[in-house]
Write a protein that binds this ligand. Sequence first.
Ligand SMILES: NC(=O)c1ccc[n+]([C@@H]2O[C@H](COP(=O)([O-])OP(=O)(O)OC[C@H]3O[C@@H](n4cnc5c(N)ncnc54)[C@H](OP(=O)(O)O)[C@@H]3O)[C@@H](O)[C@H]2O)c1
Length: 222
Amino acid sequence: MPTILITGANRGLGVAFARQYAAAGWRVLGTVRDPMKGRAASDAGAEVYVADVADAASIARLKGALAGVEIDILLNNAGTYGERQTLGAIDGEEFLRVMRVNALGPLLMAEAFAGQMGGRKLIAAVSSMMGSIADNTSGGSYAYRASKAALDMVMVTLARDLAAKGITTVALSPGWVKTDMGGANAPLEPAQAVAGMCAVLDGVTVADSGSFIHWDGSRVPW
Ligand SMILES: NC(=O)c1ccc[n+]([C@@H]2O[C@H](COP(=O)([O-])OP(=O)(O)OC[C@H]3O[C@@H](n4cnc5c(N)ncnc54)[C@H](OP(=O)(O)O)[C@@H]3O)[C@@H](O)[C@H]2O)c1
């Protein structure tokens, strides 16, 4: 049975990923920050582990809990949007918090688990069109945009550094999805966006390593 490790598996896209991989017969390891909020992840079919991706010690504890487990897909899904990021009123500490969760967290997770990747050997991260420099025509959201652009660079750099181990890495763009982060006006349901991203992950090969792929399979400009 293939195994996927999903961060932020208690709500939004994370819980939808857990549900779809569990339904497809995968062993799903889902992380939550707060064990009291793990119910949705376990209802979705995940084995629940605690991890705050902004905290290196928490990632080290997760690595200890999963010692010896071979992981086919590491899916860095956890993310945060950030507040007070309008020009003229930038909150610097909040900017750094968002960078820590969205960019450093996936790097530390990849570093922690690269040695345990087997089978599919795929490390994916849920990035965003908002991290695309080419697509930025509207400005604003400094921390979120910068953190996702940094995440994209992390994923490409990991692709180069982990190629010799046969590990493939990709950044995903989920589209605009109805979650707590995406809000009620988003056009996509989580199940639809996640079905698209699961199909993308299913088809990814070593030749795709270091690319940025939209939920519908199209390529996203950096
Ligand atoms: N929704 C969209 O339209 C959209 C578009 C583009 C990209 N994305 C990306 O898709 C991913 C999932 O977003 P979503 O829409 O599902 O958002 P969401 O509903 O706000 O869920 C975010 C998830 O990330 C977890 N998380 C936040 N900070 C964390 C930390 N420090 N450590 C571990 N987990 C943490 C949350 O856990 P708690 O419940 O404990 O807070 C929650 O499980 C994110 O990376 C987001 O940037 C979403």
